[in-house]
Design a protein around this ligand. Structure first.
Ligand code: UT7
Length: 381
């Protein structure tokens, strides 16, 4: 059921990123109108990890650019993060109800049911459609496409999209390669119905997948293929596993190609992008993709140093940080690109609207990508 909120304000400023009909005719489009991020208060520094793992702050910073991450407290789950971010995004948009809620996550509270209906209930979104999107670290961009599709199809007028992940629940704390990379967090946006030529209109999606890479990022057990029979599932199969070197190379290739596809579809030149906001996988990946696209480092938004890789939460967390600090300002042209397990990837574009973003509870720092990129992928062993 469409909400009873007033229709969107008309905005006649020219806007180049929304989907356009032939002849430049305006079309119904999904427009960004609310934004928030939230990370749990508990900070886990590299030094803390180094006390129980055979690693060091220097190794982690050099290989990933990560300085710290946030973890939930025992007993907290993805819906708890999602509710915090979702509530703040609704406040940012100045609305109390939406027609639909989409939660992008790899770490749902349970295998069944989806997490979104519970989050909708806890946010008081009475009767809203609610479902999860599962596309690992590309989840937020896939979720944006899903949410925008609900609006452009006329199914919904306002949609809340939350990217939320609790990687501390699926990463083996004794796995030094993955335990250093991932953190917990949530980021959320509100989209409303508007038109394709106004600031905030989201468009020119490029989405793709390659299931041949299923095993590169995987939690092997717990689904219908390999069931979690007590005593029969190894510790490794119960936890998140990643083939780091292969993922590193795929991430750079796929993100660069996807970003280019969106830019080509919108007829934007790379140097017209004011801010590139990629999935915050790892600082070297971000730098390598920016280099590949020909984007100066200062146009690449990165907060991976402060929050690590937060999966589906990473792009909205980076956006909320950057917008709150006025790194991204109204009218700026923004390119979003993600890559994740599946394999999956995706990109889209928007021109930044006037927003009142809500920032994470603990301050994070937005820094331009500065770490040097190594040629040919990660550290050659
Ligand atoms: O959303 C997608 C997100 N995925 C990613 O961003 C991951 C992409 N991959 C990477 O960023 C890198 O592959 C990693 C950071 C995960 C690993 O870096 P690498 O340069 O590929 O390291 P490696 O796995 O090849 O390991 C090199 C060495 C090994 O030791 P030996 O065999 O050379 O003696 C590892 O055992 O580094 C060792 N190592 C570590 N040493 C200290 C692996 N993890 C650690 C660690 N601390 N945490």
């Amino acid at each position: 059921m469409p909400s009873a909120d007033p229709p969107p304000e008309p905005d006649d400023r020219p806007h180049p990123s929304g989907p356009r009909a032939a002849g430049g005719r305006r079309e119904r489009a999904a427009v960004l109108c609310g934004l928030a991020g939230w990370v749990p208060p508990r900070i886990v520094t590299n030094d803390e990890l180094s006390q129980r793992l055979d690693t060091s702050d220097e190794w982690i910073r050099t290989r990933t650019g990560i300085g710290q991450r946030h973890f939930v407290e025992p007993g907290q789950a993805t819906s708890d993060l999602a509710v915090e971010a979702g509530r703040r995004a609704l406040e940012s948009a100045g609305i109390a109800q939406v027609d639909a809620l989409v939660v992008a996550t790899t770490t749902p509270d349970r295998s069944c049911p989806a997490t979104a209906p519970l989050v909708a209930h806890r946010l008081g979104l009475t009767g809203a459609a609610a479902f999860d999107v599962s596309a690992v670290c590309t989840g937020f961009v896939y979720g944006l496409a899903s949410a925008a599709g609900l609006i452009t199809a006329g199914v919904a007028t306002r949609v809340l999209l939350i990217g939320a992940d609790t990687y501390s629940a699926i990463v083996d704390p004794d796995d030094r390669t993955n335990a250093i990379i991932f953190g917990d967090g949530a980021g959320a946006v509100v989209l409303r119905a508007g038109h394709s030529e106004e600031p905030g209109a989201i468009g020119h999606f490029d989405l793709g997948s390659d299931g041949a890479g299923e095993e590169l990022i995987i939690v092997a057990a717990g689904g219908s293929r390999q069931r979690s029979t007590p005593g029969e599932v190894s510790r490794a199969d119960r936890h998140f596993a990643m083939q780091g070197k292969a993922v590193y190379r795929h991430a750079i290739t796929r993100m660069s190609a996807s970003a280019r596809a969106s830019l080509t579809a919108a007829d934007w030149k790379v140097d017209e992008v004011d801010h590139f906001v990629p999935h915050q996988a790892n600082q070297r990946i971000l730098r390598a993709v920016a280099d590949d696209l020909g984007l100066p480092p200062e146009r690449c938004v990165s907060n991976v140093e402060s929050v690590g890789n937060t999966g589906a939460a990473s792009i909205p967390l980076a956006l909320a940080d950057a917008a709150a600090r006025k790194v991204i300002e109204p009218g700026d042209r923004v390119l979003l690109t993600a890559f994740g397990g599946g394999l999956t990837w995706g990109s889209c574009l928007l021109s930044w609207p006037t927003l009142a973003p809500r920032t994470p509870s603990a301050p994070t720092t937005v820094t331009p990508v500065s770490a040097p990129a190594e040629e040919g992928g990660p550290h050659a062993s």
